[in-house]
Structures are given as C-alpha cells and as structure tokens.
Design a protein around this ligand. Structure first.
Ligand SMILES: O=C(O)C(=O)C[C@]1(C(=O)O)C=C[C@@H](O)C=C1
Length: 302
C-alpha cells in the first residue's frame, strides 16, 4: 500500500476528505485534485494518474450514486477500499457570528451528514450544495463572504484561513465514508487476508431474479456487505402486457453487490458461475483487500 511513487486522482480541492482518503490509501502519494468525479476516472484512463480514490458510501448519508453509475460507464478496476472517519467543522471568516449566518454551503453529502445539528445550531441559515467541502471553504475565503459558513475539515480551515465556529457537527460521531481505489489493471486476488469482491449485474426479467442471485451466496455462506440498485440506463422501463388489465411499466435496475470473499476462493468462483446463469449481464468490478483498520469514533482522521 506504499504510495510515494503514485499519482492519485481525487475529486475536490486540497483539504477535501477525498484528499485525506488518498493519503490514507497511499501514504506519501502525490494527490491530484480534479473538478468532478468523472475527471478523476479520466485522469487514470489517460495515464495522468495511477489511481483514483472515490467515495462510494457514507454511514449517515448513504450511497454516492454518481460513482456507482461511473463505475459501470468506465472500465477501471476496484483494487482496494479505505474507510475514513469524517469529522465535520462549521467554518467561517474570523469574527463571523453563528446567529448572523444566512447560508451554509458544502458538498451535498456533508450537508446530509450534519442535517439535524445544523437545524439546532443555525436554523435561519439556508443550505446550498457545492462541489466539495474544501471548495466551499475556499470560496468563502476568496469572496470574503461574512454571512456564509462552510461544512468542511479542520485542515480546510487552516488552508483557507477560516475559523472553526463549531467542531464535530456530524449527526453521529461514528460518521464514516467508504472510498474505493481504482486502477487500470485489476489486482491478483489472494486468500491470505480478508478480501471483498464487488460485482454489478442485470437481468432481462428484472427484479424477479434477485432472490436466485442472492441464494447463490447464501448457500455458500458468503456474506454480503452491500447491495445497491440503480436505474438501467439503456433500458429503464419494461412494458408488460396483460390482456385483462392493460400495460404495466416495470422499472429496470442494475444491481451492485459487495460480498466478503476473494475471487481466488473456489466458493466465490462457483457462486459467480451460478450468478452468471441467472443474469443477462455480469461484471466483476474488483476483488480487493478489505479495510480492517480499527478506528476510534470520537476522533476524526481530519
Ligand atoms: O467534499 C469532500 O470533501 C469530499 O471528499 C466528498 C465527500 C463525499 O462525496 O461524500 C467525501 C466524504 C464526506 O462524506 C463528504 C464529502
């Protein structure tokens, strides 16, 4: 996991949680800021970066759907995961008073993770979404905004000369974001440590196969850690005609599953062979070491 030679793309500007995740995944790497998630994917595809580190889910805010969609649209491989405790601060220009705030800006996930605390701290302030947390802090400093606060990390406060009005404002102290590391080539799966495998699949007959797919894992005692569905972009609706009642419109989905096994294990290979029988589309997004680092909920990495 040593990263001193690696260029790692992340979405946001310096001080973003994604930058911290890149540093956790690849210590001493060269972190490369990107405007959008898609740009981080492209940076790896075009050899500008060696890896991308992207958030996929948060323990309070839920899945980051954009990245699920992009995983499918691009051909990069998941080669690892890191879970980062996210400790949010409310930042403003020095001298700003909480009661005079008219606006709080941040990444939509950060706003969602602090929703209840914000209502208690500054109910009068409107919430506005921007591209990333540290970018929100930078924007306040660059435009000398005296009525606006940002939700971002303590490091962003230092970088952009802001004051911490409130510390630890996430609605739950055990606020964790899971990031995946992406590369042009997959890693070779092993069995000497806990591995996770991520797949995506679809079926012509929609949700009716889901139970069969899940049973392929259940029969082999393979635990699932995550299941997510997203609209099937190529065929979002399936019409089902019933002469008696008319035409029903069924929504079609792509299903994403993470399971706790390495693709080097025979039981995982057998499960996937069975899944393939039930599905019209199946792709392995990656088989990679699980992040097993212990963490302390009350302290953030930020
Ligand atoms: O805006 C940032 O700082 C990010 O790194 C993005 C992001 C996210 O997309 O979830 C990462 C971690 C936190 O959950 C909040 C925001």
């Amino acid at each position: 996991m040593h990263g001193s030679q690696l260029r790692v793309a992340y979405q946001g500007v310096p001080g973003a949680y994604s930058e911290a995740a890149a540093g956790k995944a690849y210590p001493n790497c060269e972190a490369i800021p990107c405007d959008q998630f898609e740009v981080a994917f492209q940076a790896v595809e075009l050899w500008i970066a060696d890896r991308a580190v992207l958030p996929v889910e948060n323990s309070l805010g839920g899945s980051i759907h954009r990245n699920y969609d992009l995983l499918l649209r691009h051909r990069l491989h998941i080669v690892g995961e890191v879970q980062l405790p996210v400790h949010h601060c409310l930042l403003a220009l020095p001298g700003t008073r909480m009661e005079y705030l008219s606006r709080v800006i941040s990444h939509p996930q950060a706003l969602a993770q602090c929703e209840h605390t914000l209502t208690k701290l500054c109910p009068q302030a409107a919430r506005e979404a921007v591209d990333d947390t540290a970018g929100a802090a930078e924007y306040i400093a660059a435009n000398n905004l005296r009525d606006t606060a940002a939700i971002a990390s303590a490091r962003a406060a230092e970088l952009y000369g802001l004051q911490v009005l409130a510390d630890g404002i996430q609605d739950d102290s055990s606020n964790v974001t899971r990031f995946v590391m992406l590369a042009r080539e997959p890693i070779i799966p092993r069995t000497d440590r806990p591995f996770k495998t991520s797949i995506v699949f679809a079926h012509d007959k929609g949700t009716s196969v889901l139970f069969k797919v899940l049973s392929a894992f259940a029969f082999r005692n393979i635990s699932l850690t995550k299941i997510e569905s997203r609209p099937h972009r190529n065929r979002p609706i399936r019409l089902v005609d019933d002469a008696n009642v008319g035409t029903a419109k069924h929504f079609e989905y792509m299903f994403y599953i993470d399971f706790e096994a390495s693709l080097a294990e025979v039981r995982a290979q057998n499960a996937l062979a069975e899944v393939q029988e039930f599905t019209s589309f199946l792709r392995v997004l990656g088989s990679y070491p699980m992040d097993m680092t212990p963490w302390c909920p009350s302290r953030g990495d930020q």
